[in-house]
Write a protein that binds this ligand. Structure first.
Ligand SMILES: Cc1ncc(COP(=O)(O)O)c(C=O)c1O
Length: 406
């Protein structure tokens, strides 16, 4: 199980004083009855699991174990010439780069504007060479990057356009941007409408889709017990998001001389990095496929509207003192709430002291840029989920604004 995203939301356990309430950065977007449904699905054999109707209406969709599996599958199907260049919008998860490299491809970094999260067409043109075969644009933090201008360049140069929508599911009908060749959606643990794993690939070209299915057919299926173990882990971590229970656990583990951070970190630990491809090259079990379809069928659009309004309010309180990444986007939905700060450590300390588990930690990286000055390295993720009362959120905004300007 890939734990990097899970650990993100539990990174500061040991900072949580027993009696102080700490608002987590993220909450798992799944209810107990949905966790129970997934567990029950695991008790049936793959043949006995029925997919809900919603699954059948998604003609282009290939269900996968994750977005990373989908990307690996796509690259296996495409067999691009070794040494081909893939332009990545610069903020992504490191495994996407590793997968490209495993296929003998060379990642090239494309800057992202922190205010709008757009990529600039001129910058794309500047990076295209005779070796460019693909452009991968990630829609970050629940916002979308307009693809039309890039697609024109891509088409004129015979380059594939892939949209990485892992963070951008906002409806029960995930669609492919008509100008993109491929769209990838994730149902990983911390994602919107999580299925506790899984992804889907929407691929326009039928031949590529068929080739992907043929390759996937040779991959082993994830065992339903593997999925059940993952469900149990997420259930355990969700329990811990109950702050009273968490405080009890921290006290109990500490009483036995343990380290609560390590204890929880251990329970969320992922597979060893060297096993990455063995892990990714599996098909999802039927229970996971069914869960993806159920999460889409029961998708609550009202939650996205509420999240967008909440994020908008918070952004209005923080700006213009600090830059809220995506606030200049035409349709931000604030899946997470990243603020670009001059002194991010100070902002994190101030927020944590006040009981908000703000952090700079994320599973994302900047392609080909280690510099501490990059805007992404100045980002603080401020807790902003539906479980935080309005007044507390306003307090978080006030602290962020003050700490960011001092
Ligand atoms: C931008 C982006 N791309 C790809 C992924 C990988 O998704 P998955 O965990 O489904 O492989 C993530 C996961 O966080 C992501 O944020």
């Amino acid at each position: 199980m890939n734990g990097y995203d899970i650990q993100e939301s539990f990174s500061t356990l040991s900072d949580t004083p027993g009696d102080q309430r700490m608002y987590a950065r993220l909450r798992f977007d799944i209810r107990w009855n949905e966790i129970a449904r997934a567990a029950l699905l695991c008790l049936r054999s793959d043949r006995q699991v029925e997919l809900p109707l919603a699954a059948k209406s998604m003609r282009e969709a290939t269900p996968t174990l994750s977005v990373r599996s989908a990307f690996d599958l796509l690259l296996s199907a495409l067999k691009l010439p070794l040494g081909s260049e893939v332009i990545f919008s610069e903020i992504t998860v490191p495994h996407m780069l590793r997968i490209a490299e495993e296929h003998g491809l060379v990642p090239v970094s494309l800057p992202v504007d922190p205010r709008t999260l757009h990529v600039d067409t001129g910058e794309v043109v500047a990076r295209i060479t005779d070796r460019t075969r693909m452009i991968v644009v990630a829609h970050l933090f629940g916002a979308r990057t307009p693809l039309e201008p890039i697609s024109q360049i891509a088409r004129s140069r015979g380059v594939l356009l892939v949209e990485d929508a892992a963070q951008a599911l906002v409806s029960g009908h995930p669609a492919r941007d008509p100008v993109a060749d491929v769209s990838l959606y994730s149902f990983g643990p911390i994602k919107t409408a999580t299925a506790m794993g899984g992804g889907i690939a929407l691929v326009e070209e039928p031949l590529v889709r068929e080739r992907m299915s043929e390759i996937a057919a040779q991959w082993p299926r994830q065992s339903r017990w593997d999925y059940l173990a993952r469900i149990a882990k997420i259930g355990f971590l969700k329990l811990l998001s109950n702050r009273r229970l968490l405080a009890t656990l921290v006290t109990a583990v500490s009483a036995f001389g343990g380290d609560a951070d390590q204890f929880v970190g251990g329970s969320a630990r992922g597979f060893a990095e060297r096993e990455l491809f063995t892990h990714l090259r599996r098909r999802p079990c039927a229970a996971l496929e069914a869960m993806i379809a159920w999460r889409l069928a029961d998708f609550e659009t009202a939650k996205i509207e509420e999240r967008t309004a909440r994020g908008g309010n918070l952004a209005a309180r923080i700006a213009p003192a600090s830059l809220v990444a995506s606030s200049g986007n035409s349709a931000p939905t604030y899946w997470v709430f990243p603020v670009v700060c001059q002194d991010p450590e100070h902002v994190v300390t101030q927020l944590r002291t006040a009981g908000f588990d703000a952090s700079q930690i994320s599973g994302l990286t900047v392609v080909g840029d280690d510099s501490p000055d990059h805007w992404f390295r100045q980002v603080v993720f401020v807790p902003n989920h539906a479980g935080i009362p309005k007044r507390s959120l306003e307090r978080a905004a006030e602290i962020t604004r003050e700490a960011a300007t001092t």
